[in-house]
Design a protein around this ligand. Structure first.
Ligand code: CTP
Length: 404
């Protein structure tokens, strides 16, 4: 997340009383690091869990806790604070505060701010599982959703009270991702996008195998960007140690054949297939069931290979094939190789870069090759590039004009 993807965004971060207040310190850091201006307002109860001084230091702005704050010239902090905000995020949102919001009450600074707002309201509930499951809370949440309030989470799992269930606040990173996603234009809304990412691993024996240096970062960034742009995303990943992007369904595989099988299961149900994985071209014929041992005479083993199926080319040939996008890292003559590969694979769009020096890097520079020629994009970090590529893909889709 090196990108300042929330640059220019002004958020009011409203905190209500709950032990999850400790998570907001980290959330504030993530939001400010991404370029957002964060104005914190806390209820009296929230200040019992974390101090305004901490939140002031992290956000870099004075924290407001009272309706009667003399620091605001016109003495109308509820108007003043919400006027410049592009969104109000209530995190953690207690059961009591959700009830207040659902009924339009305005008896403290934060509830007044929410009622007097002219911007979207996002709430991140955090409470004990029984409070969350209570019909009154569920009724309030349903009412808030009907009023257009965006409800993020809650999560399920161990709770501060020692119980296990629904009601935990989303982790700071997940909350950050959901907020970042909220702000992205929904250029690929409603489409089902299937992405492959990472390397594959082809076993030689139970302890050895062949793989490559793909980090999976570009494929994961594309899955994240497609989700943020409104798509329903399924990610089929080779062995990588990357977190699953928020809101993305992930399936882990190891070999090229497993990736092929997983893709074929989902290919008929997707509108766009983006093949980013660095799939092994060959696998070892008859991998050994036992570890291959050294021999006393120093004889080295020889390996026989068989070709793996070409996943992208196979999907592109399906009747009613999804819109297929390939990736290619070439070591020379990028544009010529990419155009030839696009035609050979039978895909409308191929994204090429000069690799393998891009493997593992956080930025990338690519060319887009389609039937009309080549478009070069400037060097960008992988998240910004992924968002740009999703826009490029979205506008090339057959009925793109139907999508906002
Ligand atoms: N690909 C695939 N299945 C394979 C091999 C490649 O789906 N078995 C996809 C990759 O995910 C990528 C594109 O095809 O989107 C191009 O991959 P690349 O390895 O460059 O293609 P190859 O056909 O293997 O070409 P080369 O001979 O240059 O290795």
């Amino acid at each position: 997340m090196a990108t300042a993807e929330l640059a220019g965004k002004h958020l009011v971060l409203g905190m209500t009383g709950g032990i999850a207040c400790y998570k907001i310190a980290e959330l504030t850091r993530l939001l400010t690091k991404a370029g957002a201006t964060v104005q914190v307002a806390m209820t009296e109860a929230a200040t019992q869990f974390i101090t305004p001084v901490t939140m002031q230091a992290l956000s870099g702005h004075p924290v407001y806790t009272s309706q009667w704050d003399a620091r605001i010239d016109n003495n109308m902090p509820h108007i003043d604070l919400s006027r410049t905000a592009q969104a109000i995020v209530i995190a953690p949102a207690s059961a009591d505060f959700l009830a207040k919001l659902a009924h339009g009450r305005a008896d403290d600074l934060l509830s007044t701010l929410c009622l007097a707002r002219d911007c979207p309201l996002l709430v991140v509930p955090a409470m004990n599982r029984q409070m969350w499951a209570n019909p009154a809370t569920q009724r309030n949440v349903a009412q808030l959703r009907a009023d257009g309030v965006v409800v993020l989470g809650p999560d399920s799992g161990a709770q501060a009270c020692g119980e296990i269930g629904d009601g935990r606040m989303l982790e700071p990173q997940a909350t950050y991702e959901a907020i970042a996603s909220f702000f992205q234009p929904k250029c690929i809304a409603g489409r089902r996008v299937l992405v492959t990412a990472g390397p594959t691993f082809e076993p030689i024996d139970p302890v050895r195998g062949l793989t490559n240096r793909s980090s999976g970062k570009m494929g994961f960034a594309l899955a994240r960007a497609a989700q943020q742009a409104g798509a329903e995303v399924r990610l089929i990943a080779g062995p990588v140690s990357l977190d699953t992007p928020w809101g993305v369904v992930r399936e882990d595989v190891e070999t090229a054949q497993q990736m092929y099988d997983a893709v074929m299961q989902s290919a008929a149900d997707c509108d766009v297939f983006i093949a980013v994985a660095a799939v092994a071209d060959w696998r070892v014929d008859q991998a050994s069931a036992d570890k291959i041992k050294k021999t006393a005479d120093g004889r080295v083993p020889s390996l026989a290979f068989v070709e793996n199926p070409d996943i992208l080319a196979t999907v592109a040939q399906l009747p009613d094939a999804p819109y297929c996008v390939g990736f290619a890292a070439e070591s020379s003559e990028l544009e010529a190789h990419a155009q030839e590969k696009r035609q050979r694979k039978g895909v409308p769009l191929l994204i090429g870069n000069l690799g393998p020096q891009t493997f593992g890097r956080d930025d990338n520079e690519v060319v887009l090759v389609d039937a009309s020629g080549t478009t070069r994009l400037a060097r960008m970090d992988k998240n910004a590039l992924a968002a740009a590529l999703i826009r490029e893909i979205a506008r090339r889709l057959p009925d793109a004009s139907l999508i906002s």
